[in-house]
Write a protein that binds this ligand. Structure first.
Ligand code: NAD
Ligand code: MG
Length: 402
């Protein structure tokens, strides 16, 4: 069945354009001259990079989140005819502009309000940001339904499941499987894990990503977040979402149907593949990434995750089952703990332990009916976690070097 190709170029906004996902999105767009037009590009603080991308891709608007950099941005865009804006409200205004398709690739809680703004006007939103569904999944999915928006998952595992589910009835799905590479510490003992350094934790074997998500892959908290996201995206109970360690990272996700059939998506470890699958959705685009060579790979392995060495996965599942504010607390606590680890203020194994402690605070019972309430829980959880991190003794982990 062939659909009519869109007559005019698709108008695109990229929230978080200077990041790893943002740049990959622009790389795919650059392969298709005339097919896309850039409405707005946003970034946090990299003014020079933002201005360069805005000029190169002829954006109508460039927004820098840090308001103190506004003058610099205006100067960098002088004579280009590109509008400049700055600050949090400008990020939301950028998401509200009439783009057909919005990439939500801001990292962290800062991505919530702009992404929600894009969904509220019924746009097609390609979602990379994890926090939207982890912290505010029920709210976001309700908004998608209410506004008739389309949410396309970009994260490789969810994108794989989304593709495998095309044309399927939810009632026919028995379970889905999200694969995990296992991260850089797959073969390490728990004793050795206690002493790993930030540099070791961010050296991911298969994917090149931002630092925070790389640490989350090393603890497997990232996979825990993905279980929560999958629950919201696909409307499946926690028990129907399985995680398997798959060190080759060739098969990203699969669906088991009730007749025993399994459909999987495979591809190279390059985010341009899932991004390309969403950019022209429901059409497919050509993409020049290197093809996955199965003959060269030879074999695919699958292992159960080890709960002793990767407790974060079970902690995230607990937060999903508890519901309410628990996933928002999980996310905020993890972000603060990861930052503390990156600054060598806590050890690697302390990340999951501290997050688990935060899930035992009364904060998990706080109301989360609105974005404001969720952001309040987020702020409070950060304060509590920072106090908990400050009480930790990193010299036990790193010896006298710290
Ligand atoms: P990144 O750190 O490379 O880029 C983040 C982007 O967000 C940058 O453009 C930055 O300027 C912007 N940003 C950061 N803080 C901001 C703030 N306070 N206000 C406004 N903008 C801000 O991150 P990334 O690897 O591109 O990941 C983006 C999101 O996608 C994350 O939530 C990540 O978990 C998710 N994700 C990434 C990958 C990947 O392979 N990189 C895969 C799956 C999901
Ligand atoms: Mg992923």
């Amino acid at each position: 069945m062939k659909r009519e190709r869109e007559q005019r170029p698709r108008r695109v906004t990229i929230l978080g354009a200077t990041g790893s996902i943002g740049r990959s999105t622009l790389a795919v767009i650059a392969e298709h001259p005339g097919r896309f037009e850039i409405e707005a590009l946003t970034a946090h603080g990299k003014v020079g990079e933002l201005a360069r991308l805005a000029r190169r891709h002829r954006a109508r608007l460039a927004v820098i989140a840090d308001p103190s950099r506004y003058g610099e941005l205006r100067e960098a865009l002088a004579g280009s005819g590109i509008e400049a804006a700055a600050g949090e409200a400008a990020l939301i205004a950028a998401a509200e502009r009439p783009a057909d398709w919005v990439m939500a690739a801001i990292v962290g809680a800062a991505g919530l309000a702009p992404t929600l703004a894009a969904l509220r006007r019924g746009a097609i939103v390609a979602l990379a940001n994890k926090e939207c569904l982890v912290s505010a999944g029920a709210l976001f999915m309700a908004e998608v339904r209410r506004r008739g928006a389309v949410l396309l998952p970009v994260d490789s595992e969810h994108n794989a499941v989304f593709q495998a589910l095309l044309g399927a009835e939810l009632g026919d799905v028995e379970k889905i499987v999200l694969t995990a590479s296992g991260g850089p510490f797959l073969g390490l003992s728990r004793r050795r894990m206690a002493r790993v350094t930030p540099a070791e934790a961010v050296a991911h074997p298969n994917w090149r990503m931002g630092t925070k998500i790389s640490v989350d892959s090393a603890t497997m908290m990232n996979k825990g977040f993905e279980v929560i996201e999958a629950h919201h995206l696909f409307g499946l109970p926690e028990t129907a979402i399985e995680v398997m360690v798959h060190p080759q990272s060739a098969l990203h996700g699969l669906v088991l149907f009730r007749d025993g059939s399994m459909l999987a998506q495979l591809g190279p470890t390059d985010m341009r593949v899932p991004i390309a699958s969403t950019l022209a959705w429901p059409e497919r685009l050509s993409c020049s990434v290197e093809r996955l060579d199965l003959l060269q790979l030879g074999r695919l392995e699958f292992l159960p995750p080890d709960p002793e060495r990767f407790p974060a996965l079970a902690i995230a599942r607990e937060a999903l089952i508890a519901g309410g504010a628990a996933p928002a607390v999980l996310n905020a606590a993890n972000e603060v703990a990861v930052q503390a680890f990156l600054e060598k203020r806590i050890g690697f194994l302390d990340i999951a332990a501290i997050v688990a402690d935060m899930l035992r605070t009364p904060l998990v019972a706080a109301p989360v009916g609105s974005l404001e309430e969720i952001l309040a829980v987020d702020r409070e959880a950060r304060i509590l976690t920072a106090e908990r991190c400050a009480a930790s003794n990193p010299s036990k982990v790193y010896g006298t070097r710290v």
